[in-house]
Design a protein around this ligand. Structure first.
Ligand SMILES: *Cc1c(COP(=O)(O)O)cnc(C)c1O
Length: 388
């Protein structure tokens, strides 16, 4: 990625920088690969809610996958058609459900029998019939970080397989909800294909089983979760969407007229976003060196929260034209009064000076959206490559 480092000099750090051109290329590639199979994409808004990026996606024909009433409102404000909005989440409040019923969104992805009973009651009160999809916990281990797995029997998400038949029978008796889809989401940052293949095979098995109870659905939603290359963002800025969809297409058996939905989040926004920061101080101690940045876990919490890896670069050095330099190992840390405020340990960097500009890469997903005001710090601003 090329950074406009001269322009960065006039902007107060820390801030998020979005490469809009890469964002558009990523989204377009995914959309055109999905179109080849007629797959429908709902962007998972929670990964990054920036209005500029959302407007680009809505104009490209993406739908929106929302996990709160606020996200649904925001998606509508950013140009997504209500008929392209799905509302998911394990804990939907009554006021959120009512708002979405009034808005005539496409479908509620439901996670329990109790939730469906509530939606049925609220829909009845309005005299409306609403579309629901059953979120099923397929009991598949996504082989990702334990905080990012959602589809095993230990997880809070979805309807468990042992309950499924009884839930379906009860819901089919309810008058104000209609089961139009089956929904699955097994986790995030999944970089192997095998969990997705297992999911496709499970979907096939469940469709066979549910058809015996008289249920055929209009859409199958296999969720999000496709991972990105945090180690080498410049080598792999855009994931292999063609290969991914070809594999899904090979394994999943859709019924005639049935449409496949996907909910990509991270895979669309992660690589285009970078957290830009300045080095405030350095400490070269006997056993350790520290580079103390002006960005902290209040700006990007993933390393502190999940031990997530982000590539860290000293941009001042990278753009200085200097070739050879002594490299040192630094713990790259923030200013927040917590030891977990660390972006990377033993990161090999050129000798760093106060004022050097740093890039923390692949920060576009679950970065800015998770920023907090702990220590009363200011929320980071966003800047876009097309507007600098
Ligand atoms: C978070 C989430 C997604 C998006 O996951 P990514 O890993 O960012 O693609 C999709 N669907 C559901 C239900 C989610 O909770």
């Amino acid at each position: 990625m090329n950074f406009p480092i001269e322009k960065f000099k006039n902007i107060a750090t820390p801030f998020y920088y979005y490469d809009v051109e890469l964002f558009e290329r990523t989204a377009k590639t995914m959309k055109s690969e999905a179109d080849k199979y007629g797959y429908v994409l709902h962007y998972a808004v929670k990964a990054n809610t920036n209005e500029k990026l959302l407007r680009i996606l809505s104009s490209m024909g993406f739908g929106a996958d929302c996990v709160s009433g606020e996200e649904v409102k925001h998606a509508i404000d950013c140009g997504f058609p209500k008929s392209g909005i799905v509302f998911a989440g394990v804990g939907k409040r009554d006021d959120e459900i009512n708002f979405c019923i009034d808005a005539d969104i496409a479908v509620f992805n439901c996670e329990s029998e109790q939730e469906i009973e509530v939606i049925n009651e609220l829909a009845q009160a309005k005299g409306k019939r609403v579309n629901i999809a059953l979120r099923i916990n397929p009991e598949i281990d996504a082989h990702t970080h334990e905080h990012l797995t959602t589809g095993t029997i230990e997880d809070k998400f979805g309807i468990n397989l042992w309950q499924l038949e009884s839930v379906v029978k009860k819901v089919m008796q309810m008058d104000f909800v209609e089961i139009t889809g089956l929904h699955f989401h097994i986790g995030s940052q999944i970089t192997e294909m095998s969990p997705f293949i297992l999911l496709c095979l499970k979907v096939n098995e469940l469709q066979d089983m549910l058809e015996k109870t008289g249920l055929t659905v209009k859409h199958i939603n296999i969720g999000g979760g496709l991972g990105v290359d945090y180690e080498d963002p410049d080598q792999n800025p855009i994931p292999d969407f063609a290969g991914h969809f070809a594999t899904i297409n090979k394994y999943i058996k859709l019924r005639s007229g049935q449409v496949l939905h996907k909910e990509p989040g991270r895979v669309i926004v992660a690589q285009c976003g970078t957290l830009i920061s300045k080095c405030l101080y350095t400490k070269e101690l006997q056993k350790k060196n520290f580079a103390i940045l002006d960005a902290g876990f209040t700006d990007l919490i993933r390393p502190a929260l999940y031990g997530a890896y982000h590539k860290i670069e000293n941009l001042t050095f990278a753009y200085s034209g200097i070739q050879e330099v002594r490299q040192l190992k630094y713990d790259v840390v923030g200013p927040v009064c917590e030891s977990s405020d660390t972006f990377g340990k033993d990161v090999l960097l050129p000798r760093t000076r106060r004022g050097d500009v740093f890039a923390i890469r692949t920060a576009g997903a679950y970065g800015e959206v998770m920023a907090s005001r702990y220590n009363l710090r200011t929320l980071p601003k966003a800047y876009y490559s097309t507007e600098l």
